[in-house]
Design a protein around this ligand. Structure first.
Ligand SMILES: [Zn+2]
Length: 354
């Protein structure tokens, strides 16, 4: 008899998600429910420590927990190694990542490597990494994200997130709207390369993009309802990645463009801002309604062209040419159309990006 291996699909989902105003007081209660009663390590930046980390520390200490803090200022492999060393020495029951992007990425990766649960406490709503199982840390061979573990809990305080600069909310919207083309690319890879495609994960990512587009006029940093819609969309995108077991539902050709732009442009914009502009151009290639995407981004106050991104026109063309080489195993519309330099320039002009 031949022993056929069973095909496994692992989904790892957060157990607690709390989004709202003045919810930090519930941190102790959440930790209690999850069985963390003794010790914690908080990873934050110096700014995010002042904004939120300090409060988290005080609240956990009030619960009788031993709390250590480690401040990091960037998200490189080195930073993650420093955090890992600290975890090895302190052996905390749980690691908190308090911050926008980099702090959460570092805390997520190092806690996953050390097999310690991780709680995400975002201070901005600028991208879907706040809830995803993937981590974007610099220093690996490629600029894209690596698989880590999904946070066991996400505690997103809208009061703190609303105090962050407006640009962060705009970037978050761009990262969610990017799911339109990411899902199209995934479907295309399924049709052409017979890649695994999960309808449920794809629908969840797509629904998040639709909700953000429908609510574009309410999503402003000073509107709690709008910020909540965005946060829930970002968290749903993170969950979609957990269900898919990869970043596929949330990261397609528009993300490849953004990664390529990070490498070519000296002065690059925020992740979600770049992904938004990428979505306009990739939607055009997919023969989707690219104008609607551009108009929604405009309404949100998001960049829709090279000038607004603060990059050179030639950088946009360069990034379009380089995008398919960033992650060759990830099949997208860019592989199908195979743009050269001239066609890339034409695409950027046609969509008024340059
Ligand atoms: Zn993204």
């Amino acid at each position: 008899m031949i022993d056929l291996p069973l095909k496994h699909h692992r989904m790892q989902l957060p157990r607690e998600v709390i989004v709202g105003s003045e919810i930090f007081e519930r941190i102790g209660e959440v930790c209690g429910r999850l069985g963390f009663k003794k010790s914690a390590l908080i990873v934050a930046g110096s700014k995010t420590y002042d904004v939120a980390g300090k409060t988290v520390k005080t609240l956990l200490e009030e619960e009788g927990m031993k709390v250590d803090t480690l401040l990091v200022e960037s998200a490189t492999i080195k930073d993650a190694q420093v955090v890992e060393e600290k975890i090895k020495v302190l052996k905390p029951q749980v690691v908190f990542g308090v911050g926008g992007g980099t702090k959460i990425d570092v805390a997520k990766l190092s806690s996953a490597n050390q097999k310690v649960p991780f709680i995400s406490v975002p201070t901005t709503a600028s991208h879907d990494g706040i809830a995803s199982p993937v981590s974007s840390v610099k220093g690996f061979e490629k600029p894209y994200s690596v698989m880590a573990e999904a946070p066991i809990a996400i505690i997103a305080d809208t009061d703190i997130i609303m105090r962050a600069p407006r640009r962060f909310v705009i970037s978050g919207c761009g990262d969610v709207i990017a799911k339109f083309t990411a899902v199209k690319d995934w479907k295309l890879a399924h049709e052409i390369k017979n890649e695994y495609y999960g309808e449920y994960a794809a629908s969840l990512a797509l629904m998040s993009a639709k909700l953000v587009m429908q609510n574009a006029e309410f999503i402003k940093p000073d509107e709690e309802e709008g910020v909540r819609v965005l946060l829930e969309a970002l968290i749903s995108c993170g969950v979609a990645m957990s269900i898919a077991g990869s970043s596929r539902p949330c990261s397609g050709s528009e993300h490849l463009f953004s990664h390529a732009l990070d490498m070519t442009a000296s002065n690059h914009a925020m992740h979600g801002e770049q992904c938004g502009v990428g979505t306009i151009m990739m939607a055009y290639l997919h023969r989707a309604n690219w104008r609607r995407i551009r108009d929604t981004l405009k309404r949100l106050g998001a960049p829709t062209n090279a000038d607004e991104l603060g990059v050179e026109k030639k950088d946009v063309v360069e990034a379009l040419v380089a995008a398919p080489t960033i992650r060759p195993e990830r099949y997208t519309i860019l592989n199908k159309v195979n743009l050269g330099r001239r066609a890339s320039e034409k695409l950027a002009k046609k969509t008024e990006v340059i």
